[in-house]
Design a protein around this ligand. Structure first.
Ligand code: CDP
Ligand code: CDP
Length: 210
C-alpha cells in the first residue's frame, strides 16, 4: 500500500526511531528530514558560511543524496546550525520539493517537524511523538554517552540546548513545530521504543486493515 505516514515532534522524542522501525515493519521507505537541514548546515560551515547569518538557499539547492549519509551530522554545532537554516524560507522551499518527490512514488514514513502540517498536509496518517523535556534530554544523553555513570553538568547543558532548539523550532514564523489537528498524539514518557512501535502499528492496522 502506498501510504504516506508523517511523524513529527520535538528533539529526541523518538521520531526517527519510530519512523525507521515503522517503515521497516510496513515495507515502506523512510526519510529523516532533519538530515536535510543538518546537511545544509554542514555544507555551509565547510564553505565558511554561517548558518545563522548567511543564506543557505544555494547550498540547499545543490544538496546531493550522499551529503545525507555522513556520520558527522549529529554534533552540537550542526544541531544549532540546522535549526538556524531551518528558519530561512528559501531553504525550506528548496527542501520541500525533495521531500515530496521522495514519498510520492511508493509512499514513505517521513519524520521531522512540519511533515503533517506543511510537507504532507494530506498524509494518510500523522503521528505527533513527544515526551517531557527532561526525558528527551536523558534519551539524547544516553544515545551519545551510554547508560553508565552520568555527568550531570553535561546532561544539564544538553537539556538547555534541546530546550533552546525546541523553542526556536516552535516559535519560528515559517513551518513551526506544532501538532497537526488530525495527528495522533503519542506521549512516550513511560513507553520504550518497542511499546511506541507496537502502539503506532496497531493504529496503522486499525485504520488500514488491508
Ligand atoms: O528522532 P528523534 O530526535 O526524535 O529521536 P531518536 O533519535 O529517534 O531517539 C532518541 C533516543 O531515544 C534513541 O536512543 C532511542 O532509542 C530512544 N528512545 C526512543 O526512541 N523511544 C522511546 N520511547 C524511548 C527511547
Ligand atoms: O534528531 P533531532 O530531533 O534532534 O533533530 P532533527 O530532526 O535532525 O532536526 C534538526 C533540526 O532541523 C531541527 O531542530 C529543526 O530546526 C530542523 N528541522 C525542521 O525545521 N523541519 C524538519 N522537517 C526537520 C528538521
Amino acid at each position: 500500500m502506498r501510504l504516506i505516514i508523517a511523524v513529527d515532534g520535538p528533539a529526541a522524542a523518538g521520531k526517527g526511531t519510530l519512523a525507521k522501525s515503522l517503515a521497516a515493519a510496513l515495507g515502506l521507505p523512510h526519510l529523516d528530514t532533519g538530515l536535510l537541514y543538518r546537511a545544509v548546515a554542514r555544507q555551509m560551515i565547510l564553505k565558511g558560511l554561517d548558518p545563522a547569518a548567511d543564506s543557505g538557499e544555494q547550498t540547499a539547492q545543490a544538496l546531493q543524496p550522499e551529503d545525507l549519509l555522513r556520520d558527522d551530522l549529529r554534533v552540537p554545532e550542526i544541531d544549532r546550525g540546522a535549526s538556524s537554516v531551518a528558519t530561512q524560507p528559501p531553504v525550506r522551499s528548496a527542501l520541500l520539493r525533495r521531500q515530496r518527490e521522495f514519498a510520492t512514488a511508493s509512499g514513505a514514513v517521513i519524520d521531522g517537524r512540519d511533515i503533517g502540517t506543511v510537507v504532507f498536509p494530506d498524509a494518510d496518517l500523522k503521528f505527533f511523538v513527544t515526551a517531557s523535556a527532561g526525558v528527551r534530554a536523558l534519551r539524547r544523553y544516553q544515545q551519545l554517552h551510554g547508560t553508565g555513570a552520568r555527568d550531570e553538568s553535561a546532561l544539564s547543558a544538553l537539556t538547555a540546548e534541546i530546550s533552546a532548539r525546541d523553542q526556536k523550532d516552535a516559535e519560528r514564523p515559517v513551518s513551526p513545530l506544532r501538532q497537526a489537528d488530525d495527528a495522533v498524539l503519542i506521549e512516550t514518557d513511560d513507553m520504550d521504543a518497542g511499546a511506541v512501535l507496537a502502539h503506532a502499528l496497531s493504529i496503522v492496522r486499525s485504520r488500514f486493515p488491508a
